[in-house]
Design a protein around this ligand. Structure first.
Ligand code: PMV
Length: 329
């Protein structure tokens, strides 16, 4: 039996703008997906039930790519999650990364030789397949590598370059340079409080909404470029451990995201509630529901403030370990 896990993620800077070639930064969080994989005597099973591929497209996409071992003999997969579901915290990417790592180990790769780049690549391709061909590699890379990940259209000097990912999306060849940002000790003095609206963040709908806005008001592309500039400033602040500057960049990102119509009244209310006890706060991910995040040195007070206005909260460090595999008898 193999137990594999991978973290969820929060986008700190750059959501939506990353779709138009701008950079983005995400951190892995202390909430994980755990996947238990074992051979099954009673056919393909998921969480003790018959495996219904249409209900688990991400898992199906990974298994199709990777599981030819023992002639594709049936497996039993159990998934446990600490993450709010469909909330923009990267649960499907974490399922892809953990399952890819677990299958590699079942196929004979020792735990200390698991190829992170290969896992991230397979997870990205499976996520894209399950999402109708559209996925940036930010979620799957952050879930695989852990820590903080900086995705850009070029190699950046302030972070450690890891690999290049590319994918043809809607007939256009896209290329992303994936970097790890090493997080200075001072960042451990702050926490991220994640506030969930209780409603899913409809990613493809929100991405389409921004595309429509840019068609009707092409001048809004300046805001997309501004998000890119704030993201670079935020990534520099992160790499230097300058908490105040990270917070300022988060606030600025939120204001710009409001300007392109992807925040909503619940997210804005939670951000407002968090600000008095925070260094910075913003919506995270696609918006239109989903989650906001606050960078804070008073996580209990910040979480209480967010809950007072109706949010569900969890608290995390900035950065958490990436994919992990254990064998058990
Ligand atoms: O819903 P999430 O957290 O996976 O965020 C999606 C991020 C977007 O920039 C809105 C879309 C994308 O593919 O990068």
């Amino acid at each position: 039996m193999v137990l594999a896990s991978a973290p969820g993620k929060c986008i700190l800077f750059g959501e939506h703008a990353v779709v138009y070639g701008q950079p983005a930064v995400a951190v892995a969080i202390d909430a994980r997906i755990r996947v238990k994989i074992e051979k099954s005597e009673s056919g393909w099973q998921i969480d003790g039930m018959k495996f219904d591929k249409s209900r688990h497209p991400h898992l199906d996409a990974i298994l199709k790519r990777m599981w030819t071992g023992d002639g594709g003999a049936p497996l039993s997969v159990q998934i446990e999650s600490d993450l709010f579901g469909a909330a923009g915290l990267g649960s499907s990417a974490a399922i892809c990364a953990a399952t890819a790592a677990g299958i590699l180990h079942i196929r004979g790769t020792p735990v200390d030789e698991l190829p992170l780049r290969g896992i991230a690549t397979t997870a990205h391709l499976a996520e894209a397949e399950a999402q109708g061909g559209r996925a940036s590699p930010i979620d799957t890379s952050t879930s695989t590598l852990g820590g903080a990940v900086f995705v850009s259209d070029k190699r950046e000097s302030l972070a450690e370059w890891k690999y290049t990912r590319d994918l043809r999306i809607d007939g256009v060849q896209r290329t992303w340079e994936i970097h790890s940002v090493s997080l200075p000790q001072s960042l451990q003095e702050a926490s991220l409080v994640i506030g969930f609206t209780g409603r899913p963040g409809p990613t493809s709908q929100m991405v389409a909404k921004v595309a429509d806005l840019l068609k009707r008001q092409p001048e809004k592309m300046e805001d997309i470029e501004r998000i890119g500039n704030v993201t670079r400033a935020g990534a520099t602040a992160l790499s230097l451990g300058n908490l105040q500057a990270v917070g300022i960049a988060m606030n600025e990102c939120h204001r710009l995201l409001q300007g392109i119509g992807v925040s909503d009244s619940d997210l804005d209310r939670m951000v407002e509630a968090a600000l008095p006890t925070s260094l910075g706060a913003k919506m995270t991910g696609a918006g239109g529901g989903g989650c906001m995040i606050a960078l804070t040195q008073e996580p209990r007070r910040t979480a209480e403030a967010i809950e007072m206005v109706g949010g569900h909260t969890m608290t995390s460090r900035l950065g958490a370990p990436g994919v992990d595999v254990k064998t058990s008898d």
